[in-house]
Design a protein around this ligand. Structure first.
Ligand SMILES: [Zn+2]
Length: 179
């Protein structure tokens, strides 16, 4: 718990919406399956094992800041690292069979607004362990992200909310969708 499980690095591909359009249909399926969308509408395609990270409704890794995932509980050797796709601005809801006790049965982007308090609490708990665990990916963090984490370690309530991952497709200012 508290270990960085993934960090955006310069080898990851970051595509603007127009760049995605320019690629045409040939690449869409791969981008949707292996990529995710940040809060600026950019498509991120990880070059490393991050692209294989599966969804769980009881994810063991969550993201407090775009470009960073933290383990929110201890992960056993051989256990797969999972995240919550509701935080990734997926374009289509999907039926979920993740097998967790609290499976939501389907996953949709607007669930971010239902889950954010739970995710934020888990991350605020995890970040307090940041300096107590090995951080093999620490060197890949941008300086400002590392500073944010150090501050949050001492003041967890100051950690960025997962709500900031929301991308509003309408082009309006970031806001909660009507529930
Ligand atoms: Zn599920």
């Amino acid at each position: 718990m508290g270990t960085i499980t993934w960090a955006l690095d310069p080898l990851d591909i970051v595509l603007s919406p127009s760049q995605v359009n320019d690629l045409g249909d040939l690449y869409q399926a791969e981008l949707i399956e292996f990529g995710w969308i940040d809060n600026r509408g950019r498509r991120i395609l990880c070059w490393d094992g991050g692209r294989m990270m599966n969804h769980s409704c009881h994810a063991n890794s969550l993201s407090p800041i775009a470009g960073l995932e933290l383990a929110v509980r201890d992960i056993a050797p051989g256990e797969q690292i999972t995240c919550d796709y509701a935080a990734l601005n997926i374009e289509e809801p999907f039926t979920c069979a993740c097998g967790s006790a609290n499976c939501r049965d389907f996953v949709a982007p607007a669930q971010l607004w239902q889950m954010a308090d739970i995710w934020d609490a888990a991350l605020q708990n995890a970040v307090q362990h940041f300096d107590d665990v090995a951080q093999p990916l620490r060197a890949f963090l941008p300086t400002d992200v590392a500073t944010t984490l150090q501050t949050a370690r001492r003041n967890p309530s100051q950690l960025t909310s997962t709500r900031t991952h929301w991308f509003d497709n309408s082009g309006e200012a970031m806001s909660s969708p009507v529930q």
